[in-house]
Ligand binder design. Sequence first.
Ligand code: NAG
Length: 210
Amino acid sequence: MINNKVTILLVLMCFIIAVFCSDPDPVMDYCIAKSEDNKFSCKNSSTATVEDFTFSGIKLPGNFKDTGFSSMGVNSNVFPGLNTLGVSFVRADFDAGGVNVPHFHPRATEVAIVLEGKIYSGFVDTKNKIFAKVLEKGEVMVFPRGLVHFQMNVGDVPATIFGSFDSQNPGLMKIPNVVFGSEIKDELLEKAFGLNSKELSKLKKRFSPS
Ligand SMILES: *[C@@H]1O[C@H](CO)[C@@H](O)[C@H](O)[C@H]1NC(C)=O
């Protein structure tokens, strides 16, 4: 009797974990989101065209920011044809020396391929162990869901990567911005990082949303 109950509980828990830990499987061919506000209503499929399933917004790199980096994350908000399909992608470009700051995606594992250049690339696991190396053109790295990862162009010329996610909306949390750009109380940050108020205000200025 007890065993039965335990089994039922375990099955239920597995089901709940499966439901909440990845995007649900689609139950129809596609569901092109009608609007960003309501993902549950799909565009009438009789009006779907090939344009709904193609995206031209990452043909060119964006403008480099002061870290020598630019990225265009393409999730289902940007590309409604991805809606319900459980995938999305990103193009990122690095100037020589450019850096993609440590960050993580709360809802997705990422597979990233180097299209051009040489990129020092890695992540840190929950034991604080680092896995990092220089990847060359054509090489691929996987960043497990939710783990902090980072990249830097260690070549002399611009570099490009293409990353894909197993979620239509992976989310992006950049560590410096999360910590210094989110209005966490100064006193807490000063204590947590051993900073004086001048050092802290410099970091806050740099990483606050402008
Ligand atoms: C989709 O469009 C077709 C053709 O205009 C129409 O017959 C059908 O009722 C529409 N379906 C829905 C769910 O609105």
